[in-house]
Design a protein around this ligand. Structure first.
Ligand code: PMP
Length: 282
């Protein structure tokens, strides 16, 4: 199937969508992005994704090219034009094209706006486990911005994969931040822990849903520093993101977490997450 994408006002076939070599996204990674899962043709947590998009645009001094209702309309049209069902919607906004490499003010350029669908693999029945390796967080100081500059994340993820791990869990001076493309949770003595939201982690939409679900289930949730040692000695660990949902981490490097079994809290929250999703999309 040739997907239909939205590019700067036009709905066109993905293989016909082209941008200029002068685009500042292409030259400088001067832009931000967002990924929105769509279940049964309905975007999941769209207001939260649009709020994060707005936050990121403000952080890089770009005016939002669309209102929330315009985004909603464009995304609905992309879903419909691509046959609906389960999809992942990628949104990217760059500072557009400029003739020279100098810093410029925004008034001089029109942003480049792309909305692009791809398949979303969801298996509601089955929980997909993973393994992780601990790596030093080599990224910049503004990981709360969903920047398209993902080179450090890519290098870390590749390093993990080259050594046979499904994710890189990152730390700064022995304090856990997040995964290369996910947030991190752990359980100790039936209480849930996740790093607090600050400039060292992306405020994950899935992370937020999990905190809400856990609290609704009367679980105590601590948003605080987690040391490498605490993580390795956790009863349960999982990573989460829009595309991986809740994925239990059965081992970190050569340390097995809870004998490699999926923990009870992980299973409960996975189940609740699926129920929560179904309620919103039925
Ligand atoms: N952290 C990073 C670095 C990510 O790339 C992602 C995935 N976009 C997440 C966390 C999880 O965010 P979300 O739950 O909104 O997909």
């Amino acid at each position: 199937m040739n997907d239909v994408v939205y590019l700067n006002g036009d709905f066109i076939a993905k293989d016909k969508a082209k941008i200029s070599v002068l685009d500042r996204g292409f030259l400088f990674a001067d832009g931000i992005y967002e990924v929105i899962p769509v279940y049964n043709s309905q975007p999941f947590r769209l207001p939260q994704h649009l709020a994060r998009l707005q936050y990121c645009l403000e952080q890089i001094n770009l005016t939002n090219p669309n209102s929330d209702s315009q985004w909603q309309e464009l995304i609905s049209r992309i879903i419909a034009r691509n046959g609906g069902g389960n999809l992942s919607i990628y949104v990217q906004i760059t500072r557009g094209c400029s003739q020279d490499r100098n810093p410029l003010n925004e008034a001089e350029t029109a942003p480049t706006v792309l909305i692009m669908p791809s398949g979303l693999l969801v298996n509601e029945q089955q929980i997909t486990t993973t393994t992780a390796t601990l790596l030093k967080d080599i990224r910049w100081q503004h990981c709360d911005i969903k920047s398209i500059a993902l080179l450090a994340n890519i290098l870390l993820r590749n390093q993990a994969e080259q050594h046979g791990f499904g994710e890189a869990i990152l730390h700064r001076d022995g304090v856990i931040t997040e995964g290369s493309s996910s947030n991190v949770f752990m359980v100790k003595n039936h209480e849930v822990y996740t790093p607090m939201q600050n400039n060292f982690i992306l405020g994950g939409v899935t992370r937020e849903v999990i905190i809400e679900i856990a609290q609704a289930k009367q679980l105590k949730v601590h948003q605080q520093d987690i040391s490498v040692e605490q993580l390795l000695n956790a009863d349960e660990v999982w990573i989460c993101s829009s595309s991986r949902e809740i994925s239990p981490v059965t081992a970190i490097d050569d340390k097995m977490i809870a004998n490699g079994d999926i923990g009870a809290v992980t299973l409960l929250l996975h189940h609740e997450f699926q129920t929560f999703k179904k309620k919103l999309i039925s």
